[in-house]
Design a protein around this ligand. Structure first.
Ligand code: NZQ
Ligand code: ZN
Length: 387
């Protein structure tokens, strides 16, 4: 197992009604709050009113609304401006990964004189960040308990990750009832995203990281059990609670630390959302089975066998390659059963940019360091398999 440092200081308030602790948590940082949210779902489901009722008496609240899915650099700049104008002490992000990610970039760029995009291109330039508190409304990205932030530069068609120890949220509120109003496609996309995070770790180098791989399998089993329940019965508390906690655990370092190498599927997907503004989890679900088919060989087969036997409960008595192929089939069937469109043609992506996207995926994703190293041609073949 590789050496690693693990320091995840985010205080988690988990469960129904825990939002009552929000005022006390925010008051540790000051009175001037930037209240960040997305396109308005929180106004429909009552979360906006709840937050406002808790804050309006004690705090000066400045609203930062309309943060879009796949948050843009322009939104980051807008947020920085608000923070400077109103001498903000702490940022409250209420939403999914997009809102939370945007606020991380705002928090860091607040202390940076140049263009915030510099920080995305080189996170070593992040020196400080405003404190961030989050209220999660969508499970999937794990942004609520990690330092990462993915920002889209719409002019340059680039979607890249940034992050530093200081961009980790100070506290996160996870009330599973806040996820009840998620549309089915977002529930499914979030489940696919959580699954993909542990899958990426599972397919990192480091065969002796047994404990990490067992935790990853636990997350996969949780998603397989509870995503269909949440889709059928959106107000099932156990399903929402398990999916939400799985989301946080999947990408807070627990399963990836101690293993090395680059992720594969995320870099290939980020190009799709950069060029086509695709929902991240949908893009991942489309790419995963094709990527698996592409990297399956005599050297990688044992990973597939572990997953097939331990997660998809395929008999270990079968031939290794047969288990692997059945595992890929089961993966594809699972995403299909969640109602996710499984072809690029179904989500408005044609062949036109395959080459360009493949080139960028290899460049920005360091795919030559992946579990099975990949070139531009490999990525083009993967896109071709998804047509
Ligand atoms: O904008 P509103 O109106 O709030 O609607 C949102 C949005 O349209 C809606 N939604 C969220 N909570 C809801 C709800 N609708 C009804 N009820 C609720 N309770 O869902 C839509 C999608 O929200 P978004 O925040 O975009 O989704 P997600 O959480 O999947 O975040 C995606 C972004 O996170 C990045 C992705 O690349 C993408 O940009 N990622 C961030 C990571 C990280 N920080 O570690 C890792 C991930 O791999 C990922 O790359
Ligand atoms: Zn993801």
């Amino acid at each position: 197992m590789d050496n690693f440092k693990f320091h995840v200081y985010t205080e988690i308030f988990f469960g129904k009604g825990e939002i009552k602790n929000l005022p006390a948590t925010l008051s540790k940082y000051g009175k001037n709050i930037l209240f960040a949210y997305g396109g308005g779902s929180i106004k429909k489901n009552g979360i906006y009113d709840k937050v406002m009722s808790l804050l309006s008496e004690k705090f000066n609240v400045v609203e930062f609304a309309n943060i879009e899915p796949n948050p843009s650099l322009d939104s980051v700049k807008r947020g920085v401006e608000l923070c400077r104008t109103h001498a903000i002490d702490v940022i409250l992000a209420v939403g999914g990964g997009s809102v939370i990610d945007c606020t991380k970039a705002v928090a860091a760029a607040f202390y940076y004189e140049g263009d915030p995009w510099d920080l995305v291109l080189d996170s070593r330039k992040i020196t400080k960040a405003l404190p961030i508190v989050t209220v999660l409304t969508m499970a999937g990205t794990g942004s609520e308990m990690n330092r990462g932030s993915v920002i889209s530069n719409k002019d340059q068609k680039l979607k890249l990750g940034m992050g530093a120890p200081t961009t980790l949220p100070q506290a996160t509120f996870i009330d599973p009832t806040y996820l009840y109003s998620l549309p089915p496609m977002q529930t499914a996309a979030g489940a696919a995203d959580t699954f993909s995070h542990v899958l990426e770790s599972y397919f990192k180098k480091g065969e002796d990281a047994f404990i990490q791989d067992k935790m990853s399998e636990a997350v996969m089993l949780t998603v397989i059990k509870y995503a269909p329940i949440a889709l059928k019965d959106p107000e099932n508390y156990a399903a929402r609670a398990n999916l939400a906690w799985a989301s946080s655990l999947a990408l807070n370092g627990l399963t990836g630390n101690g293993k090395s190498g680059a992720w594969s599927v995320h870099s290939i997907e980020h190009e799709l959302s950069a060029y086509y503004d695709l929902t991240h989890g949908v893009g991942l679900a489309i790419i995963i089975p094709a990527w698996m088919k592409h990297i399956l060989n005599e050297q990688s087969v044992d990973r597939f066998v572990s997953m097939g036997v331990n997660v998809f409960k395929i008999s270990d008595q079968l031939d290794k390659m047969e288990i692997a192929k059945k595992a890929i089939e089961a993966m594809e069937q699972f995403f299909t059963s969640l109602g996710i469109p499984m072809k690029l043609s179904e989500v408005g992506v044609d062949e036109e940019k395959f080459e360009l996207m493949a080139e960028k995926a290899v460049k920005y994703g360091a795919l030559k360091h992946a579990y099975v190293p990949m070139t531009k041609e490999d990525v083009i073949q993967i896109y071709q398999l998804c047509k």
